[in-house]
Each structure stands twice: as structure tokens, then as C-alpha cells.
Design a protein around this ligand. Sequence first.
Ligand SMILES: *Cc1c(COP(=O)(O)O)cnc(C)c1O
Length: 471
Amino acid sequence: MPSAASRSNLQLRNLPSVDELLCSSTGIDISSNAGPGHATALVRVVISKLRTEIVDQVRTDRSKTELLTLAENRLRAAWHSAQLTGVRRVINATGVIIHTNLGRAPLSENARRAIADEAAGYCTLEYDIETGKRGKRGRRAEDLLAELTEAESVLIVNNCAAAAFFVLTVFAAGGEAIISRGEMVEIGGDFRVPDVLSQSGAVLREVGTTNRTKLVDYENAINENSRLILRVHPSNYRIIGFTATPTVESLAELAHRRGLILYEDLGSGALTDLSGVGLRDEPVVSDSIVAGADLLTFSGDKLLGGPQAGIIAGKAEFVERLRKHPLYRVLRVDKLAYTALEATLDAYRRGSAATEIPVHRMLSLSKNEIAERAGRFVENLDGNLLCELIDGESAIGGGSAPAVRLETMLIGLRHRKMSVSRVEKVLRTAETPIIARIADDRVMLDLRTVSETEEIELLEILTHAFGQSPA
Ligand SMILES: *Cc1c(COP(=O)(O)O)cnc(C)c1O
């Protein structure tokens, strides 16, 4: 009887070498797709893992051919998972409209077309067709935003976190920023107000209490080091009950009387009044401008429904100081973002945001409309899946309006034989991944976030994956 160690040694002799695996049919195939360097790296990982398993006696008594086959299978699997790490289109069946993990706002048809047709190649990013000279970067998107927000001037940077950091760095570094205790919040996507403040070099001056802050609290905190008053829209949570915060008007009046700037971080950035679709507490950007805020910031890819961007709007005197600051060069956006923003904002200007911007379309879908679609959907789906229509709720997501309830009709799926987590995985790893949630021992699909074209695709994927009726 050979000892454990010598059994391992015998097995190790059967382990394919890096070259043997690279020269196998799988190795050759993957080399041609992945490039020889990456293929070699994958092969090394596979072989080293197998070697460890042999030494640890997890693998015993395999012939040379068996080990090669096993290694080839492992290599194919490693290549397959490496492929899955890239950015790929998915069908969002979660019902979360602004899903940060799934790329937040889906772009409008016009924005998609504009990126492909206008921006992907050479374009007039900083070129003026009329004069044939250098043009102003981002001009049209900024002009559109100024018009829609009623701001004197607008500047676009990489995201709202960058915008907030930029404003605080330029206008509050070395001094104090006064903020209500109730607004020292963390917002989805790891944006923490206190962290951004301290990175900017501004000293935080908290006033009031978590639930109530009065104008006089702000006033009492003002001293010779004060630079600005910061107001943060607590996008992703609500304190309800005994609460108070001063209005933008009264804060603006106080700030200006004492020679300070009023800066408001709105986050979600609704350009239009969305109370018609249930978002009653969401501030409209132009209201804050009209109320006297000097500067405000919001995201491009939340309620606005465009690409990732941070929009800074406000008084020309302050916005132009930001434009000339060296940090602007660090934070500016690319041609794809400007182009998508222009196309998105054009829809607002034409008054057709409600029908053209996907985020707004999804927000406005009624439960009845979704129930009708869901009903038709399950009629076409009778394979091994047991389907039910279940009352549920969609979510806005992206840290926006957590208190809003969006009623929906969910499609609950169970399989005659497979476990629920297995069904969810089959969907997630389909050719076009379908992202769904599991609840009440069912895979739940919410058609609110699935477009009508995607619905057809979704049906095909389900039919293909789970087959026709056994009857
Ligand atoms: C979402 C949010 C941010 C961060 O915006 P990004 O565009 O994700 O950088 C900042 N402030 C508020 C109030 C927000 O809601």
C-alpha cells in the first residue's frame, strides 16, 4: 500500500503541464479568443489549483487523460467567467427603476442614437462649426440645463459626488460649512456627506438636532470662519413626525445678509414636477434656484433620466469661478456624456420627457397597465413553470424618494422540479442576463422595468430555458 505522499506524487506525474494544456484543443481555442498571454495566465491558475487538490488528496486515482479533460473543462469555465465580468446588457426585471448596480437610468432612444451616430467617432466636442475655431466644451447641454433650471449658469462634471466635492473645495476649504444635523447623511452608492466635507478641507459646523433645525440655529453658528450654508436633500430616507427645517428662501436670505453662499445638494434632480406620478416631496430644481440658492448640484442619471453626470447650476459669478478652477480639468466629462445629456434634455424642452425618458415612463405605469401586460405574459408561458400574479411594489431606487409606494403586479415563478435559486441562476446566466429577485419562495419578475421589446425577449429566454408544457 503506497503512502499518502507517494500516492500524491504518482498523481502529480499525471497532471498536465502548462504547455500541454495550452496545446490541447481547448487551450488553442481559448488562446485564439483571449490572446496567448491571458490564456497562459488562466492555464497557470487551473494547473496550480489542480496541483493543490492533488497534494491535499482531493484528487486521487485519475489517469493522465482524465486529468487533462478535467483541466480543459476548468479552463473553459475560467474563460467563461472571465467573460461575464465585462459590462453587458441585461434585462432588469427587479422593478427597481434607478438601479445603481444595473447602470441607473436607461437612456432614451434618442440618447442612444446620438451616442452611436454623433459622438462615437470624431465630433464637435470643442469645435465651433460656424467660425471653424475652437468651441466651448459642453455648451449645448449647459445652455439647455440653464434654460430648464432657470439658473444663470451651469457646469457639468463627472457625477454629483464630484460636483459636491468641487463646490465645497472651492468655496469652503479652510473655512466652515454650516449644515443641519438631520442632513449629515449617507446616500446610496457610498456618498457620505461628512466624508466629502472633510476631503474638501472644509470644517463641518453641525447645527440643530436630527429631527428639527431652525433658522436661528444656523444664524447662531455663523462666525468669521463661516463660508457657506450647505443644505442636503436627504434623498434616501425620511424623518417623519415632529420635524422642522427652514425654507430655501429663508436660508438664502440669511446667507446673503451675512455674506455667505447657500449651496444645496439636491441629489436626485427632478427637472419637472413629478407629483403627478406620486413623487410629492421631490424638490424641483428650478424652485430652489428661484428661491435664491446660489449653487446647487444634482445627478444626471437619477430622476433626470440621462447619463452619469454631476450638474452644478446657479449664479454665474460662482459657476464661472468653478469653470476657471484647475480642478475642473480633473472632473470634466467626455463626449458621450454631453451627447446623451443633450438628447435627454431636448426631450424636456419639447415637453415630451414623460413619454420619451424611460425613467419617467416607468414611473408613470399604473398597476393596471402592468397587470394587463403580466396577465398576457403568463398566458404565453406554460412549460415547466408555475406562474402566478402577485400584488407587490416596485421601487424608485438610486436613493430617491424611499417613501413613495409604486404598486405593481409581480409575476411569481416556480419550477416543477428546479429550486427557486436554481431558476434565478438560470435567468441570471442566460445569453442576455435577466436580473430578478427572490421572495416568498418564488422568482419575482416586475415588468415595470422591462420594456415591451425586452418583454418579447424575456418570454423567448424563459421558453428556451424551461421548455414547453409537459402536457
Ligand atoms: C445620489 C446623491 C449623491 C451622489 O450622486 P452621484 O451622481 O452618484 O455621485 C449626492 N448627493 C445626494 C443628495 C444624492 O442623492
